[in-house]
Design a protein around this ligand. Structure first.
Ligand code: NGQ
Ligand code: ZN
Length: 450
């Protein structure tokens, strides 16, 4: 049975020295600790984290929406740019861009992704002959790069609260319940060749799915992860109040069986009562700190949510910047800035990096419906740090983890293993050149479309 040795590793029970991890068919079978230092190569191993929320195609427009328009720019004007960009993307492009985004995730601390996939149809809105055409492309990108895929096909039927008609920018997303059932079936086939892939489903938002449709979806798909965007923007809160008399998270908690299988993406704007009820539900708050900052969404009440026992994970969402350490750092800094304190997402005596990393690992695993961490049964996914990096000189354990998250970032990543195989060495994916070259060609063509 193959075995990997690490000088130090972060296990569910804490840091251990002299670690041997046995694995078979991509899964961890046994973890030994306390081995002689000479048996290991001194590297520090972390469990790979989940990017629990990604729209991989948006990686291709990173940097193209940072120019101020004629009126006040907002999330909604960014969305117009995004719709223009996706108008020109072919199925081949979907695969090329996803491969690049997944490769970067692996190079930067993520070994699993939740792809919130809504780009279902051709640019003019006509369905592909295969409803899972683009889902197959995403699965192929996961296969090429080695990332663990949780595919979340998105149900998107309306353009706004109360069943408003979709606009032309949304025509690639739209299905009714029957079309979505076909899409789910075909998506299951699309990922069937990928070991360890998971299928969930995702109503896009309360804007895009009506109450009776949500009920039908929950009845039709009773198991697996359920994700939804909610309460990201104040306009959404106001529109939801006007439509239903309730705020989005309040409405969802009152009208759907929100429990551990659910992941509420963003959940930025919460009253104290909503925040506590969300924490009690056991659902994961899917925070996307870098994207939320980029889009001007607002600040999630992280400190209070943590104190209430709430579960959270992180996602790279728009993929404007892909970095596991960066997401955790942005989350922490958003709280420091808003509350004017230090070590906000932490507990007395604990390392902040450690708390963020442990909680994001657990929340990400729950939201993606897969065991994660350096423990038997989980995929053999490891992110190792370069012990020679100046930022890590004389540091180990939580000081090394804090130095990675708050100082060196992903530049400290050395080798990354996915399902037991080394896919990144000295910070570079083994397919980096080919994946980047294909991406460069596509982006060159698409950049002219905005
Ligand atoms: C999305 N992204 O589906 O890509 C959304 C924007 C929307 C984020 N919410 C579109 N960050 O919510 O209508
Ligand atoms: Zn999103």
């Amino acid at each position: 049975m193959p075995v990997l040795h690490f000088g130090q590793a972060l296990l569910p029970t804490g840091w251990a020295n002299g670690v041997a991890v046995h694995h078979e068919a991509g899964l961890i079978t046994r973890v030994e600790t306390g081995l002689e230092a000479a048996a290991t190569d001194g590297r520090i191993a972390l469990p790979g984290l989940a990017s629990l929320h990604s729209h991989s195609f948006q990686r291709g427009m990173a940097g193209l929406a940072e120019r101020r328009g004629q009126s006040d720019d907002s999330f909604w004007t960014w969305r117009e740019v995004m719709y223009r960009f996706l108008g020109a993307i072919t199925a081949e492009d979907v695969e090329t861009i996803a491969a690049f985004a997944f490769m970067e995730m692996l190079e930067r601390g993520f070994t699993a992704v939740g792809e919130f996939h809504y780009l279902h149809h051709q640019p003019d809105g006509t369905p592909y002959a295969n409803p899972a055409e683009n889902a197959e492309r995403i699965a192929a990108a996961a296969s090429e790069t080695g990332i663990a895929l949780t595919l979340l096909p998105v149900f998107y039927a309306h353009g706004g609260f109360g069943g408003q008609a979709p606009n032309s920018g949304q025509r690639r997303f739209i299905s009714d319940l029957r079309g979505f059932a076909r899409l789910m079936e075909a998506s299951g086939r699309a990922i069937s060749g990928l070991p360890q892939a998971v299928l969930g489903f995702a109503p896009h938002s309360l804007r895009a799915a009506m109450p009776d449709e949500l009920d039908a979806l929950v009845a039709a798909f009773p198991t697996g992860p359920a994700h939804i965007h909610v309460a990201e923007q104040m306009k959404e809160v106001q529109d939801c109040l006007a439509w239903s008399g309730k705020r989005p998270v309040e409405w969802l908690l009152a009208n759907q069986p929100v429990d551990e299988r659910w992941c509420l993406i963003h959940a930025t704007h919460l009253t104290e009562g909503e925040m506590q009820a969300l924490a009690r539900s056991g659902a994961v708050a899917g925070l996307c700190p870098i994207t939320e900052a980029n889009l001007g969404d607002g600040t999630f009440p992280g400190m209070d949510f943590l104190a209430s026992g709430g579960r959270f994970g992180v996602g790279t969402d728009s993929n404007v910047e892909i970095s596991a350490a960066g997401e955790l750092r942005m989350l922490e800094y958003s709280q420091r800035l808003a509350r004017r304190v230090r070590n906000a997402m932490s507990l007395p005596g604990l390392s902040t990096g450690r708390l963020l990393h442990d909680r994001a690992l657990a929340g990400g695993a729950q939201a993606l419906g897969r065991p994660m961490g350096i423990t038997p049964g989980a995929r053999a996914d490891f992110v190792t740090l370069d012990p020679e990096a100046p930022d890590l000189a004389g540091r180990d354990g939580d000081f090394a983890l804090d130095s990675y998250i708050f100082a060196g970032g992903h530049a400290l990543i050395d080798r990354v293993y996915a399902a037991g195989k080394p896919v990144v060495d000295r910070g570079r994916h083994h397919r980096h050149e080919a994946v980047a070259e294909a991406y460069r060609k596509v982006i060159h063509r698409l950049a002219g479309m905005i």
